[in-house]
Design a protein around this ligand. Structure first.
Ligand code: NAD
Length: 478
């Protein structure tokens, strides 16, 4: 785990457990039931050898299934040098609550392979991915009804395609094999809109938060996302989509960006498409025309920049008690998992910041993964059955309106109104609905429980109540 903090700082796993305990006090549930919800149900650690050049490397890897209250379990696979058992347990635990918050019927899981993916060639990464998948197959820890991985830090659709192919090779007669993993390329049974899903969900979540008039008034901000300034840490999958969609669809001004090579600031705004192109060409964000470079000796300086919305989208434990008091943003939108430690959160809440928690905010990935899994099990693309039918119905309505009013609707409007929904439209609409309704469910908990006054605790209360009702309906607990 990237944890450059002194040992006295709270670990990621401990932070997650602290959040759980804080919320559990507001549920009135039996302590035994709370303990069952809290613990990791299965932890698998494995070491396997892989030949790299003329050497053999022994690779350490994990899969943790946090909760079997619903199956399959679901959660991404992380490739990082900093992977360790506690980190994977923390991420698996968050997945359980995340799925419950957005009403996705899975238990939580997570995988981790302790490698620096940028040190290996693509064919070596393929070898490692396939071998890791075989280990999961051997332990029955992967499958469409068992446990369904997805991308996370250091992995993407390429790795998911290798996982699917390996699973299919071992399970040739499983007609639902494509549902063994999500985040696959579209031409390998993936779904349109999965790659952007987490970032798009982050945008919908931030936009919903900004639409709450009372909350914005308390922060001294105007309601609405348009015109707000944003700083993003990490321009990977989640960070880059959050930034581009916030800029293009929300009218947000991106004033600062931090990456591994350093951080830049530009008061009048950075065009994020331009910056991504610049980084692709030069390999760095440093040198981007017109932007100031921040102190390179302090990697976290980006978090302390002046802005309305700070989006940590890289890794955990970025805001600790060391720097929490230096954060100037009024809204902190946790696109990454666990960027704020539980102790730092107390400092930020005390200072009146609005924290939109990871456990809700980055759930767009698992939501669209759920759509992909449903598509794989139904063996049919969304929109295939009803697109033409809807198109015809809309055309009939347009013609009726024209006849009744005597007005002719222009060709452009006709095309816009009369269009049947494609898969991407349905995915985005399902994601938007999920993010808006989950935000309002969380706010509802805050309204009902007077002592719950932050979004994270409310989100955890909501998740614990939903999971407990599954256990209670089994009659195991009083
Ligand atoms: P990614 O590998 O695509 O991108 C991470 C980016 O962060 C990289 O560009 C990396 O260079 C940068 N980075 C690393 N350390 C940094 C530092 N100290 N300062 C600035 N930048 C740094 O990973 P991702 O998939 O975008 O995941 C990012 C976070 O979002 C993780 O916490 C992950 O668990 C979480 N998340 C991802 C998804 C998903 O669908 N990919 C879903 C939910 C949550």
């Amino acid at each position: 785990m990237i944890n450059l903090e002194p040992k006295s700082q709270t670990s990621f796993y401990q932070s997650v457990q602290n959040y759980f305990d804080k919320a559990a006090r507001h549920t009135g549930l039996h302590p035994g039931l709370l303990e069952q919800i809290k613990v990791c149900n299965a932890v698998y650690q494995v070491h396997f050898p892989v030949k790299v050049g003329n050497e053999y490397r022994v690779i350490e890897a994990y899969r943790v299934q946090h909760s079997h209250h619903r199956t399959p379990t679901k959660g991404g696979i992380r490739f990082s040098n900093h992977v360790n058992q506690e980190e994977v347990m923390a991420l698996a635990t968050l997945m359980t609550y995340k799925c419950a918050i957005v009403d996705v019927p899975f238990g939580g899981a997570k995988g981790g392979v302790k490698i620096n993916p940028w040190e290996f060639t693509p064919s070596q990464i393929e070898k490692i991915t396939r071998r890791y998948t075989s280990e999961l197959i051997r332990r029955n820890m992967i499958g469409p009804s068992v446990d369904v991985p997805a991308p996370d830090y250091g992995t993407g659709s390429r790795e998911m395609a290798w996982i699917y192919d390996t699973y299919r090779t071992f399970n040739g007669d499983d007609i639902d094999a494509a549902g063994c993993v999500t985040g696959k390329p579209v031409n390998q049974h993936g779904i349109r809109g999965r790659t952007e899903a987490t970032g798009r969900g982050v945008f919908y979540g931030i936009r919903e938060a900004c639409n709450q008039k009372e909350d914005m008034k308390r922060l001294g901000l105007e309601p609405g996302i348009e015109g707000k300034t944003m700083v993003v840490q990490g321009l990977g999958n989640v960070g880059s989509y959050t930034a581009t969609i916030s800029q293009d669809e929300g009218g947000v001004k991106i004033v600062g960006v931090g990456e591994v090579e350093g951080a830049i600031y530009k008061k009048d705004g950075i065009d994020i498409h331009d910056l991504l192109k610049f980084r692709k060409e030069t390999g760095s964000i440093i040198g981007y025309p017109g932007a100031k470079v921040l102190d390179k000796s302090n990697r976290k300086a980006v978090l302390e920049m002046e802005c309305d919305i700070l989006v940590p989208a890289a890794l955990e434990n970025q805001i600790t008690t060391e720097n929490a008091h230096k954060i100037k943003a009024k809204i902190i939108a946790e696109a990454a998992n666990g960027p704020i430690t539980s102790m730092a959160e107390e400092v930020l809440l005390e200072a009146g910041k609005l924290i939109i928690p990871d456990v809700y905010l980055n759930a767009g990935g698992v939501t669209v993964s759920y759509f992909e899994w449903l598509k794989n099990l139904s063996h049919m693309r969304f929109g295939r059955m009803d697109k033409r039918f809807n198109q015809q119905t809309y055309q009939n309505l347009i013609e009726l309106v024209e006849r009744l009013t005597g007005h002719t609707i222009g060709e452009r409007e006709r095309l816009m109104i009369g269009r049947g929904a494609e898969e991407i439209d349905l995915v985005r609409s399902g994601l938007e609905e999920t993010m808006i309704s989950s935000y309002n469910q969380i706010r509802e908990v805050m309204k009902r429980k007077r002592k719950v006054d932050d979004l994270r605790t409310a989100a955890f209360v909501s998740a614990i109540n939903k999971i407990s009702s599954d256990y209670l309906s089994l009659g195991i607990f009083p």
